[in-house]
Unconditional design. Structure first.
Length: 424
């Protein structure tokens, strides 16, 4: 498969341009990752369209290939997976550590092959990120889980049995993993306290297109009626609500006026409401979401929460915007315990932010100046990039590999809207 990213490991951004024009929102990166894992549930081809060319997709593709699946990319945003010949049921740490979603191969492997051995998953260092919801769910369905060295070994030689599974926390990937396993279990699985995120709904839609029987996705109770086998399908992924939110924030923050083509406005209530509160105009127009800056940015408080609350993945980008708002904004992070990595980077650029554990107080507006900063996780990196778009002078952002994990052609898209930046 072709690699997703172009050359260059840092961005050089010259601030000052108001973003204008239109940008097409890519398919959802996180929905794509769960969908790729679902392809392991059948021996028939699963063809996914609108898959963003991002490096997390590449690394998960490498893991699927290691397991024995064929993964092809016949077009830039199409991934075709055939898991007929999967024969390896364990993975080394280097294939799992790059990507949180890699642990979602466990549900399908366990359900279809009765065994899986995986080390704990990697991903952004944004909090403790336990996997108890995944493992407890498999255990409730009859699997035995052992920790052997660095691997979790899950065994269900006689198959999984449907049951009631209570999720301690509405974990997105935990809900998805249990759903994946339950599709081929005997009988009915009911997931209580399920995550309601749109990416859970997207996975349910794919599983049903493969012949699964999943209902209730999008509510806190998901029911999965197990079936004997699943079949292949061709399926287009939903647009990426976090990418859309990031561009919406960029438009409002730079004094711009941008049409977000294909933005999934129906699942963006929280960010739309907050941007309007900050003074931007947000309206549906000709199949796009138009975001235009107002005359002044007003401060807004928010809490990052599970869906439909404001997404934790938009916390850092929104904080960057609020450095330009006229007054004090207070932010509370309620999902992850280490989402504040952006604070020190924005302070290097002149932002007035105080962070107290899971809260931040931002005093604006502060003129930002170019600095050398790091993308410490994907969304912290987005925050620094947005700050660079309004800073005086040049901002150099290191560690772009984080941004490449989830944002497709980010520099190209921003240049298309008039931003001055390049990879160097
Ligand atoms: N949690 C538990 N127990 C568990 C699992 C999770 O308490 O067994 C807690 C975590 O400690 C955390 C919270 O649940 O406080 C949320 O974690 P969750 O498991 O829901 O997150 P995830 O599935 O690991 C996905 C996205 C993240 C996104 C979160 C929340 C993927 C691959 N990742 O992560 O996306 O922030 O849901 O919406 O789907 C990103 O795109 O930048 C990103 C990090």
């Amino acid at each position: 498969m072709a690699a997703a990213t172009s050359q260059g490991s840092r961005y050089q951004v010259r601030g000052g341009a108001a973003l204008t024009g239109s940008v097409r929102i890519s398919g959802s990166a996180n929905a794509a990752l769960a969908a790729m894992c679902a392809a392991l549930l059948t021996d028939e081809p699963v063809v996914l369209d609108n898959v963003p060319a991002v490096s997390d997709v590449d690394s998960l593709a490498n893991l699927l290939a290691h397991l024995g699946a064929t993964v092809e990319r016949p077009a830039p945003n199409r991934v075709a997976i055939n898991a007929a010949k999967v024969g390896t049921l364990e993975a080394p740490i280097d294939l799992v550590s790059e990507n949180r979603a890699s642990f979602q191969v466990m549900g399908p492997l366990l359900a279809r092959h009765g065994f899986a051995a995986l080390p704990p998953p990697g991903g952004d260092v944004i909090g403790q990120r336990p996997i108890a919801v995944h493992l407890d769910g498999f255990g409730a369905m009859g699997a035995t889980i052992d920790r052997v060295g660095e691997h979790y070994q899950a065994r269900a030689p006689r198959g999984l049995t449907g049951t009631r599974v209570f999720a301690d926390y509405p974990s997105v990937s935990g809900t998805q993993n249990v759903m994946l396993a339950a599709t081929l279990a005997r009988g009915e699985t009911v997931i209580v306290n399920a995550a309601t995120e749109p990416e859970v709904q997207a996975l349910a839609a794919l599983l049903n297109a493969m012949g699964g029987r999943v209902s209730g996705a999008g509510t806190q109770t998901v029911t999965v009626e197990g079936v004997e086998r699943l079949h292949g399908t061709t399926f287009a992924l939903v647009p990426d609500r976090i990418e859309a939110g990031t561009f919406a924030i960029a438009a409002a923050m730079t004094g711009g006026d941008v049409d977000l083509v294909d933005a999934p406005a129906g699942v963006m209530d929280a960010i739309i409401t907050k941007l309007r509160g900050a003074g931007a105009t947000v309206e549906a127009r000709d199949g796009a979401l138009r975001v235009a800056a107002g005359t002044r940015l007003a401060p807004v408080g928010f809490q990052a929460l599970p869906y439909p609350g404001l997404a934790t993945d938009l916390h850092a980008p929104m904080a960057a915007l609020l450095t330009q708002a006229d007054g004090v904004s207070i932010i509370h992070e309620r999902v992850f315990d280490n989402r504040m990595l952006y604070v020190a980077e924005l302070r290097k650029m002149g932002a007035e932010i105080i962070s107290t554990g899971s809260s931040a107080i931002i005093n604006g507006p502060t003129p930002l100046h170019g600095a050398r900063a790091r993308a410490l996780d994907v969304r912290a990196g987005a925050a620094v990039l947005l700050a660079g778009l309004v800073a005086s002078g040049t901002t150099v952002i290191d560690d772009l590999h984080h941004l490449d994990r989830k944002y497709e052609r980010l520099d190209e898209k921003l240049r298309g809207l008039g931003a001055e930046l390049e990879r160097v």
